[in-house]
Design a protein around this ligand. Structure first.
Ligand code: PLP
Length: 409
């Protein structure tokens, strides 16, 4: 009898590589070894415990049991959808006026919906050469592909010319382009785009969109951990209103330190009324055709954190405190890594940084033998890097980490 599993799914790895490394590090920790685990993208306090915004935890606890028990509407509660749009687009009125949103389980769900609704099967999404590896998994899972452009120019800035050429190629080969830009605090490099780089990206997309449908998706997983406010980023995209489709993958995971609550949204801005109505319907259909609806309790809790001014203020203050803790690690890393001559992009905040190395797999394995876990990455071109999750370390571990990284490079 032929195997039951369809051929195209027979060689799929069961474990996400990052979670497997994290589990291995945990096993060794539990057996008493002193391990530095810089693999996983969650923010830990200096005590090694998950950092949780107290106001967010309280809001979750205070959601009534009937809200947890009941179904949410397919596309999410109207209050949640409105609150996310207002949160993101308060300073970008032309985008806000043409925005629709659906609730998704985290930013991951938003990415999934973008892939299946803005690309045909077999077509490719476009992103930078260094990218969060689940982008590829999400594309594979939806029978789409992922293409990349070189992220950095020779001077270390974002290669807007490379992006522009790649969009042009996609328009020529597949008649449309869906571009993922993860900003600020890009995972895995830690790079945040400058205002000038955003300006050049917007110009490129606006001009390319004149010759075919171009959709820009801003993946804002780390939106509240970057150097500028999320709202001012959205305002930079205003020139795209009416030319390109602008999407935002919005996530409560890092912003409210509730990764497991699985609350997110896909926000889509389309100037044309008929097209916007079609997109809204298609996104809602996608919700029904995948997870049906998100958990209502999570949507209610996050809505409250967005719309209740006092809860919102408390979350900002508590998050600022966490950001300061993270920034102290980043500053220490930058000082020590520069002394050691490590090669990595400009890093001024955010959960991760990526150190460029050759033979990344070998080097990560030898660091793991010494009890220091980082995530190796190798591009199709053969160039490699080690992703370091500073979010998951204590400051006291940074010197040991940098020493191991510099031995490895
Ligand atoms: N995008 C990037 C770049 C991420 O790093 C993550 C999470 O690690 C996500 C999206 C999605 O996270 P979630 O689905 O928890 O919102």
């Amino acid at each position: 009898m032929p195997p039951h599993l369809i051929p195209s799914h027979r060689n799929r790895p069961s474990d996400d590589p990052i979670f497997s490394l994290h589990q291995e590090a945990n096993r060794r920790k539990e057996s008493g070894e002193t391990i530095v685990d810089a693999t996983i993208g969650v923010l830990l306090g200096e005590d090694g415990q998950l950092a949780i915004l107290p106001t967010a935890a309280r809001a979750v606890r205070e959601v009534h049991e009937a809200e947890w028990a009941a179904y949410a509407p397919i596309a999410g509660t109207p209050e949640f959808r409105r609150a996310v749009i207002d949160d993101l687009l308060a300073d970008a009125p032309d985008l806000r006026a043409c925005a629709v949103a659906v609730a998704t389980p985290g930013g991951s769900g938003a990415l999934r919906h973008a892939i299946v609704n803005f690309l045909e099967p077999g077509q490719a999404a476009l992103t930078a050469s260094w990218y969060w590896s689940p982008y590829k998994t999400l594309c594979d899972e939806s029978d789409r592909r992922l293409e990349t452009f070189e992220m950095f120019s020779a001077t270390g800035s974002f290669d807007v010319a490379g992006l522009d050429a790649a969009i042009g190629r996609q328009l020529a080969t597949q008649g449309r382009s869906l571009v993922f830009v993860n900003d600020p605090a890009h995972n895995p490099t830690g790079y945040s785009l400058t205002d000038e780089e955003w300006h050049a990206i917007v110009e490129s997309i606006a001009s390319r969109a004149a010759s075919g449908p171009v959709t820009l998706l801003v993946d804002g997983a780390y939106m509240l951990y970057g150097p500028r406010s999320a709202r001012s980023l959205a305002a930079r995209l205003l020139p795209l209103a009416g030319t390109a489709a602008v999407l935002f993958a919005w996530s409560a995971s890092k912003s409210y330190t509730h990764y497991g609550l699985r609350v997110g949204a896909l926000v889509a801005c389309l100037a044309d009324d008929r097209e916007r109505a079609r997109v809204e319907a298609a996104l809602s259909y996608s919700c029904r055709g995948t997870w049906s609806n998100c958990n209502r309790g999570g949507l209610v809790a996050i809505t409250r954190l967005l719309v209740d001014p006092s809860a919102a203020r408390s979350c900002t203050a508590e998050r600022d405190h966490l950001k300061a803790t993270l920034l102290a690690r980043v500053d220490l890393f930058n000082r020590l890594a520069r002394e050691r001559g490590l090669h990595y992009p400009r890093y001024d905040g955010g959960f991760f940084v990526t150190v460029f190395v050759d033979r990344a797999l070998e080097r990560a394995a030898s660091m793991a033998k010494r009890g220091i876990y980082v995530v190796p990455q190798v591009l199709a071109s053969g160039r490699g890097a080690l992703r370091v999750a500073l979010c998951a370390l204590a400051s006291r571990d940074v010197p040991r980490l940098v020493e191991a990284l510099s031995d490895a490079t």
